[in-house]
Design a binder for this molecule. Sequence first.
Ligand code: G3H
Ligand code: ZN
Length: 307
Amino acid sequence: MPLVTSKEILQRALEDHFAVGAFNANNMEQIQAIVEVAQEERAPVILQVSQGAIRYAGLAFAAGMVKIAASMVDVPVVLHLDHGTSFEQNVLCLREGFTSLMFDGSKLPFEENVTITRRICEIAHIAGIPVEAELGKVLQAADGVTAAEVEAAMTDPDQALEFVQRTGADSLAVAVGSIHGMTGREASLDIDRIERIRRKVNVPLVLHGSSGVKHESVLAAIEHGICKINVATYLNQAFVEAMKESLAAKPDVVDPRKHLAPAREAVKERVREKIRLFGSNGRISASGGFVSPRTVHRSVELGGAEE
Ligand code: G3H
Ligand code: ZN
């Protein structure tokens, strides 16, 4: 199926109270794992290309792999720029055929974030492409952040309203307690803050840094308006762990595919777990359109060991 924009699927997620998984597309095996599970689970899915992935694979290659993967399935797939760092990067991705953009101006002063986000929205909207923006700051676990720093970086609901009104952003990444790159599931979200933001702004809200968030918190966040959930570290962990196991078990095997195939399988299982947690499974009919929400049931197992 041709790529779709994030606008259409996030709007549907907002209306039907589920979240779309936005999985980072770092290499061919991970991209295959993500789209294969989306197809098997009849779920809309977002494949997102980060600045790091662009540096690693090259923009055309990274985008090309996602486009090929999308063309092989009959569920909606979005090609999204994750944490775009500049106006120029967004324009390059627009030209490359991305169907969803992001400008992350969270490190900038508010006014500068507004100005650049608005410029990107103006140009992207001419081409019919939606833009995610960020307000508040989702910090990095690698920086050794404290609880007080996380709290101080959270999104202010009143500022969120002004930001969305002035920029025209189509979705908003919010800082509500998650931290990028956590390797254990220990973080709880400020659900009350999500609710207060949702009451102020009417665009779909985005959760970054979900790998470290407790499943109970994720479910509550979806109930209160989170529509897109970014997952990267949790998939990378599975990929690397499976590679390590394979290399240890078969140290004499030099065919890389023999080690990459189990890594791809490991990623598939984690994508499936998240898609079911987010309630995006079973949303797409055999004809490729959304099914009626009444026929969908979230299948989640809670209470397992937090990792
Ligand atoms: O933008 C990507 C993410 O927010 C992923 O965060 O690596 O903590 O899952 P994560
Ligand atoms: Zn992020």
